[in-house]
Design a protein around this ligand. Structure first.
Ligand code: ADP
Ligand code: MG
Length: 584
């Protein structure tokens, strides 16, 4: 038998969708205070917000008439019709939050527009009329919710422990504070002040204030970018602040936190290659978008947004981060890729490095004849093959192991590492990774030279998709040193390959066809493999001159990671070493 539920019941059901736990009330009340233009917003909760939540502000307040109706369903001052959603800049707009709060708890709203006249509205016990009385208050509004779900035991049972609910409330508080750095926020829990955030001037400073310690400030950056109809501000931590999980990653759209997995990915993608495997960046992406190009009305708690052109935003976010990393972490003449510029300058003072920019390959620069020879060698004019042991050309020079008077060759380790001292640091350089990156950077400026093969390598494709891929990419592949031409049917010929390519015919064909999976990144992938083939390997013996030349070149690299993302060296400073043996 079908029954129509009484309106009072349906109201509670609908309210439960908006208010599913105390934190939802904190979010809605804080949104209202922000929309009211408040400069100070104070949140206090008791028992995880279950027994009491109060949000007080110094915003515009409400007059008696507005106060009387503000808790009615669909009462809003923010839009007049659905049309206005295309231009609404406020956090609230549906006029349902106070009504929902009133359906699930006892609600009190105290408000004044001028600090002289103040009124207080109290909702009666469930379903009873509310009443209005004269009161006193400074300009602004206090909204109080008491006894959440007291009249809906089925929901109350699903609340978590007060500690967990308090944590969720605090989380919302942090999110709101992050998006509005110029306003003050306070959070108290069971009578104890837990957080006070005075106004700051940037999103970056607010992120720092909420989540980090002052000494971490140097590793937190703010980056801006613009697109068609939107702009983004990104606050991102460098590799120094990486975490094992993604908990400190936030996406905001028009100052609301949203769940947007693909934007989180765009952030990680932009920082890719700078973070060790398994670690995640921290940061927040703030998208400001023309409200006409986004729909925020698709989730009852406004936790999601739909963008007209999500790809454009993703691309701007990852491109901006990628550019930033290249600039911030690439080498000045002092090195230390993991430190952003400010820190680097400080370090430089501390240790007073003296290093002129490298004079390699630049004869007018007064480099020694040795370094010129090495420059040629590294510029690819001479093959960088491992040299025979001591007694070779380099070792016969007088004092050849110091370049610019500051880099000293110390030795080799485990057939892979070159040890050098530079300034106040010991550098343990992975010879393969370093050489790989050097070659890669040379190759990427392209095109790659490819001598014609005496005997072309014939092969057959296995699907029309493979033919299509080869036809489409034929030109791009040619620039990468792979010259292929189509014969009869599905037969093809490889007619030229870079001389440094080392694999046998079947593996070569397989490698070329597998580039299809690299999508946009064919060049990166191919050149990484190519430089890997050509680079000195683990176990290859480099004499001191060659090792030193490789180290010297490595210090001038703009990116201190091999093309696969591994770091090229480990640095241990004098200070760290002394501290490690408790001598500091
Ligand atoms: P919405 O925010 O979607 O408009 P709400 O139910 O949250 O709906 O609030 C209803 C109305 O009450 C708001 O439109 C606003 O006019 C008023 N209001 C609520 N909270 C405050 C506040 N803290 N200061 C001033 N006005 C408020
Ligand atoms: Mg609201």
């Amino acid at each position: 038998m079908i029954r129509i539920l009484p309106p009072e019941e349906t109201r509670k059901i609908a309210a439960g969708e908006v208010i599913d736990r105390p934190a939802s009330l904190v979010r809605e009340f804080m949104d209202n205070s922000i929309d009211a233009g408040a400069g100070l917003i104070e949140v206090s909760i008791e028992e995880g917000g279950i027994s009491r939540i109060e949000v007080a502000d110094d915003g515009c307040g409400m007059g008696r008439n507005d106060l009387e109706i503000c808790i009615l369903p669909h009462a809003t001052s923010k839009i007049r019709s659905l049309k206005d959603l295309g231009t609404a800049e406020t956090l609230g707009f549906r006029g349902e939050a106070l009504a929902a709060a009133e359906a699930v708890s006892r609600l009190e709203v105290l408000s004044s527009q001028d600090g002289r006249e103040a009124w207080k509205l109290s909702s009666g016990p469930s379903g009873k009329v509310s009443f209005l009385e004269q009161s006193a208050r400074a300009r602004g509004t206090s909204v109080r919710s008491l006894g959440l779900y007291d009249t809906i035991p089925a929901r109350k049972r699903f609340l978590k422990r007060p500690g967990a609910e308090a944590g969720a409330c605090r989380q919302i508080f942090n999110e709101k504070a992050l998006a509005f750095p110029m306003r003050s926020f306070r959070f108290s829990q069971d009578g104890v002040l837990k957080s006070f955030l005075p106004p700051v001037t940037s999103l970056r400073e607010r992120f720092l204030q909420v989540f980090l310690e002052d000494k971490e400030a140097n590793f937190l950056h703010e980056i801006s970018a613009m697109g068609d109809g939107f702009s983004v501000s990104i606050v991102a931590g460098g590799p120094e602040l990486s975490r094992g999980d993604r908990r400190l990653q936030y996406i905001f759209a028009n100052n609301r936190r949203i769940q947007d997995y693909s934007l989180l990915q765009a952030m990680e993608y932009g920082l890719q290659g700078w973070f060790p495997n398994g670690s995640h960046p921290i940061g927040a992406v703030f998208v400001s978008i023309d409200p006409a190009l986004a729909d925020f009305n698709i989730h009852p708690a406004k936790k999601e947004a739909r963008f007209a052109d999500p790809n454009a935003i993703h691309q701007r976010v990852s491109a901006a981060l990628r550019d930033f990393c290249r600039r911030a972490y690439s080498v000045s003449s002092y090195g230390d890729d993991i430190y952003p510029r400010e820190t680097r300058e400080r370090k430089q003072e501390e240790f007073s490095f003296e290093r002129k920019p490298s004079s390699f390959g630049n004869p007018g620069d007064g480099g020694t004849s040795l370094s010129l020879a090495m420059g040629e060698l590294l510029a690819g004019k001479v093959d960088f093959a491992p040299l025979p042991g001591r007694g070779s050309l380099a070792a016969e020079q007088t004092s050849p192991y110091t370049v610019d008077g500051k880099i000293h060759f110390l030795g080799r380790l485990f057939g892979l590492f070159i040890l050098v001292q530079r300034g106040d640091g010991l550098y343990i350089i992975d010879q393969h990774a370093a050489h790989e990156r050097i070659l890669y950077d040379e190759l990427i400026t392209g095109p790659v030279a490819a001598p014609e093969l005496l005997v072309p390598i014939p092969f057959f494709t296995e699907s029309p998709e493979e033919d299509e891929f080869l036809l489409k990419k034929q030109e791009e592949l040619r620039k990468l040193g792979i010259v292929i031409n189509r014969g009869e049917g599905n037969q093809w010929h490889i007619e030229a390959l870079p001389s440094m390519w080392k694999l046998g015919d079947p593996e070569t064909v397989e490698e070329i066809l597998s580039l299809k999976a690299a999508g946009e990144n064919i060049a990166e992938r191919w050149l990484a493999t190519l430089s890997c083939h050509k680079a000195v390997k683990e176990g290859d013996y480099l004499d001191e001159g060659a090792a030193l030349a490789l180290a010297e070149k490595a210090f001038t690299l703009p990116v201190r990671r091999c093309p696969h993302g591994r770091p090229i060296w480990l640095e241990i400073t004098r200070e760290e070493l002394f501290r490690a043996v408790k001598r500091a």
